[in-house]
Design a binder for this molecule. Sequence first.
Ligand code: ATP
Ligand code: MG
Length: 558
Amino acid sequence: MTDEKKAVNSEGTETQTASNFIHNIIEKDLETQKYGDRVYTRFPPEPNGYLHIGHAKSICLNFSTAQKYGGKCNLRYDDTNPVKEDMEYVTSIEEDVTWLGFQWDKRLWASDYFDKMCEAAVDLIKKGKAFVCDLNAEQIRAYRGTLKEPGQESPYRSRSVEENISLFEEMRAGKYGDGEKVLRAKIDMASPNINLRDPVIYRIAHVSHHNTGDQWCIYPMYDFAHPIEDAIEGITHSICTLEFEDHRPLYEWVLEQLGWWEAPPQQIEFARLNITNTVMSKRYLKAMVEDGTVEGWDDPRMPTIAGLRRRGYTPEAVRDFCERIGVSKANSLVDVALLEHCVREDLKNQVESRNVVENPIKVIITNYPENQTEEMEIENSKEVPEMGSRMVPFSRELYVDGEDFMEVPIKKYFRLFPGNEVRFKGAYFITCNEVIKNEDGTIKALHCTYDPETRSGSGFEGRKVKGTIHWVDAKTAIKIKIRQYGHLMIEDEKGENIMNPASLTELEAYAEPAVAQAKAGERFQFFRHGYYIADSKLSTEGNLVFNRIVDLKSSWKK
Ligand code: ATP
Ligand code: MG
């Protein structure tokens, strides 16, 4: 059985989402009953920053894999590093996983297993598989050898079990300073895999830990801790990114030497997600937050899940994206346009359209009665007729979009220009007659006339016009602020990634009166412009700020 699902792209043609080799492994394990019928995964973030779209891939993979096979997935905080816990990160991680639509089975802390890990270390010592080493970090590095040369055994490697036990006990009791001694696995200094050259498994750090306080001054190393965490929780398939492929023999070695578990978990690696124009490292993202390059972890330009959420992306779109990119063993770079495409695909059938004009130009319909207002019925969605319609006021003075008028039209320009007639969507045919200028030469207004016979819905078929534009009524329009986002990273002339100096553009626009009722977090299509969301942080009563989620055009090619 393979895991190929049919998906439909914007052109309506069918595409295949990548088959998932991890599911093939699981299905084989189910067949051989390696873990009985159990499929148990985990998502193990380090609570040292906000999650980003790369983490979303891992979340989707772990949680939906468990779902698919009727299994379970834990949320486990990987907090074996004694750094100060930041509850802000923990809260954000849980909010993000939940927002993506997943529910963990158990929420756990790796530090809860410190006792067990210490016990495992002692067990390895007793089995002659670990020793206390007095070499310092620099010496250990020098003894380690290179890819071409085998390493050299530590002079402390042959300490007796009794001596190791008592030294490790002293390490634990706080007798030594940081770095004075370490506990190392006794494996093979000549192994072609450098990770197996007697790796350090416990180190001394006199630092208090957010969870265990000052109870410990020795802390386990990741490669030793992780397999134990997985095994304690009964994880069956421990999915991680490709950088850990060379660590897998150590993962297996730890579990095998301990021999504590009947069906120990297996580590499976997949290629991490990389996206064009996107920084995907917590460290860099954190630096951008701290130096004020962005407005926070949830800045709508950020690739963090919090940023995407505030930007207006939907969890469905992010999950769809993660599904489409599939899971592979080969590193690749995904076009950011695919993510944007998924957002458009999800929004196009669920958000209502509104008339909003940017860089407004005033239009005066000189033959329209001065004190008259008509309510024009305009459909809420071109794609979904069931979304109904709304009434939009139309009167003598209107605004049109700056893009929809050219005093001297270029070739194939079918919108407004002097002498041309266009359809004002949902209203009348309008002809531009005269451009009225301010003293400085800028446009003050366009004097136009309307043809009363052409009212939308009247069945008028007398003549056709090529252009249809949207408009707002000047008297009732509201002013809104729009924030448009570009990619945070762009390529310079040399092809190197640099920060985009113009990743944020703010502009004012006029919107039809219905927009005044927008609630924070509500999404719309602004007719012919794109999809927008009322920003939940910046919008205030009477002062709406909209984030452009994505424009309407797709630049994504299959
Ligand atoms: P960073 O290097 O950005 O700080 P990290 O990988 O150290 O991130 P963790 O909190 O350790 O962050 O990650 C939790 C899980 O998410 C890990 O299993 C990791 O493999 C996975 N993950 C992180 N980045 C990506 C990515 N770009 N694509 C897929 N999975 C990822
Ligand atoms: Mg990590």
